[in-house]
Design a protein around this ligand. Structure first.
Ligand SMILES: *Cc1c(COP(=O)(O)O)cnc(C)c1O
Length: 356
């Protein structure tokens, strides 16, 4: 049965966007393919607020995370984790034989800026990984403060995971000084899963040139160089179907207006937060709440699994807590094309099921 998804990816994709996935194929070495890629890059630059090159990857977001940490760490990476997706960077480093250290914050909290400053000031690191919006905890890290700290260390390449926030909240890549800002299609951008995008700064390019073993498929430098040489084409066959849908969806996003889109996300977030505070509690630190999803403490000891089963009968789906937070919290995503009316409808149904 069809369910409206209020989970933090994949999100509901509009029918007209889905239909673009069925566009007849073109040759990936054709002029049209170059045009398609150029058009996507130009639109993504607006959404990322960047002048840098945009790279696409026929992987989910994790592919670019792995590509980034492997391609651009010459010395040692500092991974600042505030939850499960932050930890993932560190696992990727280990599996790729990239030297790295993991700095963990307590779940529900934002990054510790002093710890970040202290770590980078040691001079041990030439790359830092930060999660912008930690989907496992519902925390949105304070990127402005992080930016001020990272900017003190010009040798450090900054990788920022905006998988669950790009397109739902403003992230000014160049102004912040992010070198590799990466995101995925199936969250706040509102596309099917299977394609990822990142910005790639001059500093990141120069760094990658100093890294001898960057892998092959996910070598960001080779993607970059191929695009320059071959007029916006890729070394291997990209998912053209996703690219058709992405080009179209980005038009819709820009038509809505980026600021309008961010405000819509904030309105939904505020509504869910108020509801959560009335009936439950918020999991994340109040100052650092995510604008694209809300993680709610299960203070009433409800069965989240049963609630989701009942919601399912009515055509809705939310998310249980992530990992060890299962049944201890539940998460409501409010991102991509979701509207305040959709959120109200969902919460009315939850109220009804739980007799709130
Ligand atoms: C979903 C998510 C990922 C993983 O992205 P995939 O596209 O599933 O590979 C990474 N980081 C964050 C913050 C996420 O929400």
């Amino acid at each position: 049965m069809y369910k409206k998804l209020f989970i933090p990816g994949p999100v509901e994709v509009k029918k007209d966007v889905l239909e673009k996935m069925a566009t007849p194929m073109i040759g990936h070495r054709s002029k049209e393919a170059s045009e398609l890629q150029r058009s996507i890059s130009n639109k993504l630059r607006k959404m990322f607020y960047t002048k840098e090159e945009i790279l696409l990857s026929t992987t989910s977001g994790s592919g670019l995370m792995e590509g980034a940490i492997r391609s651009c760490t010459a010395k040692r990476a500092a991974v600042f984790s505030i939850g499960a997706f932050g930890d993932r960077w560190y696992d990727m480093a280990k599996h790729n034989n990239v030297q790295a250290d993991l700095y963990k914050a307590e779940w529900g909290k934002a990054i510790n800026i002093n710890e970040l400053d202290r770590a980078l000031s040691t001079g041990r690191y030439d790359l830092v990984c930060v999660t912008h919006n930690e989907t496992s905890t519902g925390v949105m890290n304070p990127v402005d403060e992080i930016s001020q700290t990272v900017k003190k260390y010009p040798e450090v390449v900054w990788c920022l995971d905006t998988v669950s926030s790009m397109g739902g909240t403003k992230i000014e890549v160049d102004k912040l000084g992010v070198d590799i800002c990466l995101t995925s299609s199936q969250k706040a951008i509102g596309l099917p899963p299977g394609i990822a995008a990142c910005s790639f700064s001059e500093k990141a390019i120069e760094r990658a040139k100093k890294v001898p073993f960057r892998g092959y498929y996910l070598d960001l430098l080779s993607l970059y160089e191929y695009i320059q040489k071959k007029d916006y084409q890729y070394p291997s066959t990209p998912s053209l179907s996703h690219m058709f849908a992405m080009d179209y969806q980005l038009d819709k996003i820009l038509e809505e207006g980026l600021e309008n889109r961010y405000n819509r996300h904030l309105d939904m977030a505020n509504y869910v937060r108020e509801w959560a505070k009335k009936h439950f509690e918020l999991f994340a630190e109040e100052k650092y709440l995510s604008n694209t999803l809300t993680n709610i403490k299960n203070t009433r000891n409800i069965s989240v699994a049963d609630l989701n089963k009942e919601l399912g009968k009515r055509g809705f789906q939310i998310s249980n807590g992530y990992g060890s937070l299962k049944e201890k919290t539940f998460r409501i995503a409010h991102m991509a094309e979701c509207t305040l009316d959709d959120i109200k409808e969902l919460l009315d149904n939850i109220n009804d099921i739980l007799n709130l």
